[in-house]
Design a protein around this ligand. Structure first.
Ligand code: PMV
Length: 340
């Protein structure tokens, strides 16, 4: 084998959600996410150039075990890579990935996995061509590649926070790649905690890809695009001022709208479980009674992400022990937050 390249990339949690796409994983609306710290994928690739080979060849292993099911999914991604970087046609990759979070935790791993893989691919590309890119350019290209693998993965390339999708209110924003927003964050959001309540460990009933597709002829498509733009525009100044009241409104409207869109698709479907609603109801009670800056969001699944600044952790821990002790005891919470 020629060389060994290794990268880690975290998962991310969207506040303004990407939901619905055009060809080549281009989003129909701008999105924003925080990049997490503990839920990560580490990918190592041993690679070599092989003479006489006219298509990129690879094998994929998860923690040392060959996974043909993933190889099938990755084939499409590598077709994009080859089209962009023809030098990869003569390359063989031996890929080994591992997640820091349990495989069956119901946490989407595609964002961290595709971001880590895209970063590896850019390192290999630089090695093949003997170039050393500036970090900005390197991450920008990795974000572009990650997007081709899994839309939201393009945001995971950047620490702390990133936006993806063109918005006229954010200079430099693009549908093609994410842009870093770490330097736009108020201290309140730099210490944001994400307690992920694992409601179900089962594989999703309807995949995100199918969900994105259902937005094509969705009766609320235009209204959704407008709503996402409005929330995105509202969020940008909030990130700088640390205004929790508006942040909470945006966060919860986005989370529930995402699931509302699923429920109003054709065919319609529900990913939330009774336990998801139970946690949200308890959280809303706690939020209203305590007046503390705490909120929730939800990905395309039943798990609930509880968000709050580090400074109120003791109060939040006490609330969980009092009102949601089932989760506390059964260790069904993944404790995450931003990179400190
Ligand atoms: O990147 P995908 O295709 O897994 O879609 C992600 C969709 C959401 O997680 C629901 C929203 C988002 O912006 O991350």
């Amino acid at each position: 084998m020629n060389t060994n390249i290794s990268w880690e990339a975290p998962s991310n949690i969207a506040i303004v959600k990407y939901w619905g796409k055009r060809a080549q994983q281009l989003p129909i609306n701008p999105s924003f996410s925080f990049t997490l710290n503990n839920c990560k994928t580490k990918t190592s690739i041993q690679w070599e150039q092989r003479s006489g080979q006219d298509h990129l060849d690879f094998e994929f292993f998860y923690d040392g075990q060959r996974k043909p099911r993933f190889e099938y999914k990755l084939k499409t991604f590598f077709n994009h890579v080859e089209a962009l970087y023809p030098a990869f046609k003569s390359v063989y990759l031996n890929i080994d990935s591992i997640n820091s979070f349990p495989h069956s935790a119901g946490i989407a791993s595609s964002a961290s996995a595709m971001a880590a893989l895209a970063l590896c691919m850019m390192s290999i590309e630089n090695d093949i061509n003997g170039v050393v890119m500036q970090q900005d350019e390197f991450l920008n290209k990795a974000s572009y590649l990650a997007r081709l693998g899994s839309g939201s993965a393009c945001r995971s390339v950047y620490p702390l926070a990133a936006a993806w999708g063109y918005s006229k209110t954010l200079a430099g924003s693009s549908d093609d790649y994410a842009v870093p927003l770490a330097n736009q964050l108020h201290e309140e959001f730099k210490t944001i905690q994400d307690y992920i309540f694992i409601v179900s460990r089962a594989e999703k009933k309807v995949s995100s890809s199918a969900g994105h597709q259902l937005m094509e002829n969705h009766p609320y498509r235009d209204a959704r695009i407008q709503q996402a733009h409005e929330n995105f525009n509202l969020l940008l100044p909030v990130l700088k001022t640390g205004d929790w009241t508006t942040f909470i409104k945006i966060c919860e409207t986005e989370a529930l709208s995402l699931h509302g869109l699923m429920m109003s698709s054709n065919p319609s479907y529900i990913l939330l479980e009774p336990e998801s609603i139970h946690i949200i109801n308890e959280l809303k009670l706690f939020q209203q009674e305590s007046k503390l800056p705490i909120t929730f969001t939800i990905d395309a699944g039943p798990n609930i992400h509880v968000l709050f600044p580090l400074r109120i952790r003791e109060e939040v821990d006490a609330w969980i022990q009092n009102c949601l002790s089932k989760y506390w005891e059964e260790e069904q919470i993944i404790f995450d937050g931003l990179q400190s």
